[in-house]
Design a protein around this ligand. Sequence first.
Ligand code: FAD
Length: 486
Amino acid sequence: MTSKDGYSWTKAQGLRAGVPSIGVIEPPSNVKSADTVYDVIVVGAGYCGLTAARDASLAGLKVLLLEARDRIGGRSWSSNIEGYPYEMGGTWVFWGQANVWREIARYGMQDELEISYDFSRGINKYLLSSPQGTQTFTHEEEDALMQSSLAKLVNVDGCLGKTVVPFPHSGVLTPEARKYDHMSVADRLAEIKNDLTPNERLCAESFVLLCSGGTLETTSFYEFLHWWALSGYSYEGCIDYLVKYKFRGGQSSFAINFFKEALASGNLTYAFNSPVATIQHGGNGVQITTRAGQTYKSTKMICAIPLNVLNDVAFDPPLAPGRKAAATTGHVNQCVKVHAEISDRDLRSFTGISYPHNGLIYGFGDGETPAGNTHVVAFGGQHNHFHPEENLEHTKAAFQGFAPMNIERLVFHNWSKDEFAKGAWFFPAPGLLSTHLKDMRARESNVVFACSDWALGWRSFIDGAIEEGTRAAITVRADFAGRAKL
Ligand code: FAD
């Protein structure tokens, strides 16, 4: 099945909107009666909503899952182009992420992982490209350079940030953490400007921008420290947790298991292609109306809609002021993630930075396609932001910013223009977490708000989405706890 989401380009086919994916659900709805009053309606079929819907339906609750798109997975989904899974959004997982690993084990997918990198051949180098030219390093030199740059960046306490974020899964920001949350990474770089070599500066800045998808000014320094802490306070940890292990069959091959298990419970009703327009809630329950005018009723609701689009839904009563303010501020991540299938087999083992002049900042060989070509993935963001489908020549030129390559195919999802995401993974500007993390997590009468965007641990990750979906289902189950069958 082909989703309406995403784009692909080849010379023969030109630019095409819509990408095939095993995450597209057919038939798009199994609603039998418009009059059913559900125990809980879950809005959003990303990993958070899928987890919540599955756990609630397995607990015996009558669940309706409503999703705006034609597919599951939200910001994590994979293509199925000629049998090859280009990851359109969330990709890498790691066994150190407790929630995601629990689910990988649950579905017996521990042997379905593969390593993105293959440092074995051809241009087996780290290419550091700046307006001054391209320098070439071994991958060992790359690791040493990245470790020394990031160590200088995070070392605010002589302990690589360990005293600032000693418990990365805690939701409590200490006064010191708040201090760093009010600082941007640009502020921190100004403090250490005399300590970094020019190459260390290039490496630190481009790595931070890879993480935040924002600019140095809009990136909370605390949240970078939080990612660093979650990754075991080391660059090696960052690689293991953030960009190394992915599913051979793509993210949609993982997400589909959540949906199938929920459906097999017999308690799941669902409707895709159903963007929610209004949510009314009060003492008597919840009434939800889609843009097409269809209404659904339930006792409870789990709202798994991302922060940047929460204000696009009309809530009655209106959202609590703190949550409304957080959604108005939004997060800053406007990551541009683009895949290229290239005929140059020698580039399978390269990694590279092309900064600060280029639209794509960070790229590397990510796989080999069925045609035997190299698959390169590259990331840009708010810094030199661009929309890949608007100027394909610019997009291709941005890949050449790493190394000359012969591009045969491009595949991407424009998350900035996606009306149901308006951005990529959550990354906060200075001050957002200190001011509004608690607000984002609070429930409002019968509505539980759950999303990876305000998870406690791996906030911004698939793990955080599952953490939140689990929390939401437990909360709603507790509401029904008196009922006999639970
Ligand atoms: P979402 O996946 O956004 O789900 C929310 C759902 O709500 C969506 O399906 C949306 O369509 C739906 N929705 C929105 N509005 C409405 C409405 N009005 N009515 C009905 N439905 C609505 N994480 C990792 O762990 N590893 C990675 O490598 C990684 N890389 C990433 C790369 C990119 C480019 C992106 C975009 C994200 C990446 N992430 C990664 C982050 C990860 O994808 C997300 O954190 C996670 O998928 C979010 O899940 P969620 O369920 O909380 O939200």
